[in-house]
Design a protein around this ligand. Structure first.
Ligand code: AMP
Length: 301
């Protein structure tokens, strides 16, 4: 990797076209600067900001993309009402010292006649993919396009979307993409709810019920620390906690191997507890990483 020669910071530049973004990025690479990309759909919160701070520590310039990607939404999902807070986002990016905001129109990313999509086989069909058919094809396609346009040295993702990270890593490896995927910890509200742009949809009661996801993961951590190793038992108690909340409806709760995303019969190596739960009509996801460490397990929530 080339040394990161920090150029003097300039004000945030907003770019709407792929061509201009590519030029700006290429100019930075030619000057031996380290380019960082954080793909987002906007409505930015502290979760996104933590990715930006991680990027700022390693990269200059830092590019944040805001693009509500139609390809990753199902027909009955919230594409039409996904929160848009561009002005607020722009101000936040400015104060965080971001160099470029790449905010293309849909027609810029998918001009008439667009036909190609990326499918990461085997990892895309389960869990989120089963509940949201085509979702990961949309994600992989847009992430590859963004990586092609920006050509980042580092590309930052949140562990909140654990399956997404696994799929992006696979795509990067399979397609020889010269970007390093960096994953960042889940940022939570003080009461434990994982931050998400979709939390804005929750009414007061749904917001209170939504803390059940974090509570159930904490219970699993407690049980594991007391020696429980049986995924069935752990999931039973997770479901019990979630189902106690009348406003919650479990879509899935699974314990899977980090690499295959297949359910495990016994905790081993690295596993994920993955949850997708509706609070009212809002679908929330959360997870915990279980890492074998000698004879014990560390659970990161
Ligand atoms: P989104 O705008 O929801 O597509 O998210 C953009 C990026 O921010 C993804 O890599 C997410 O995983 C990450 N992200 C979203 N919420 C959080 C969070 N609470 N903590 C850490 N990363 C997050």
């Amino acid at each position: 990797m080339p040394p990161n020669r920090r150029a003097k910071r300039r004000p945030l530049e907003i770019i709407h076209t792929a061509e201009w973004m590519r030029l700006a990025s290429r100019e930075a690479s030619v000057a031996a600067r380290v380019v960082g990309l954080i793909p987002t759909m906007g409505a930015l919160h502290d979760g996104h900001f933590s990715l930006i701070r991680a990027a700022r520590g390693q990269c200059s310039p830092v590019v944040v993309s805001i693009f509500v990607n139609p390809l990753q939404f199902g027909a009955n999902e919230d594409f039409g009402k996904y929160p848009l807070t561009m002005e607020k986002d722009r101000t936040a990016l400015e104060s965080l010292g971001v160099d470029y905001l790449f905010a293309p129109e849909s027609s810029e990313m998918y001009p008439p006649g667009f036909r190609t999509s990326i499918h990461v086989e085997g990892l895309s069909e389960r869990l989120e993919g089963r509940s949201r058919p085509g979702h990961f094809q949309g994600v992989a396609t847009v992430v590859l396009k963004l990586m092609e346009i920006v050509q980042p040295n580092f590309c930052y993702f949140g562990r909140k979307d654990a399956q997404q990270i696994r799929i992006v890593r696979q795509m990067v490896r399979d397609l020889d993409i010269a970007s390093e995927v960096v994953d960042c910890p889940i940022v939570r509200e003080p009461d434990g709810l994982a931050m998400s742009s979709r939390n804005e949809y929750l009414n007061n009661d749904e917001r209170v019920a939504a803390t059940g996801l974090h509570r159930s993961l904490k219970r699993a951590r407690e049980n594991i620390s007391h020696g429980e190793r049986n995924p069935g038992q752990l999931l039973g108690e997770i479901r019990e906690i979630l189902e106690r909340e009348p406003l919650l409806r479990v879509d899935y709760a699974e314990i899977v191997d980090v690499h295959t995303l297949e359910p495990v019969v016994k905790l081993r190596g690295e596993c994920l507890i993955l949850l997708a739960v509706f609070s009212g009509r809002t679908r929330l996801i959360d997870n915990a990483l279980i890492t074998e460490s000698g004879r014990s397990f560390v659970v990161t929530i």
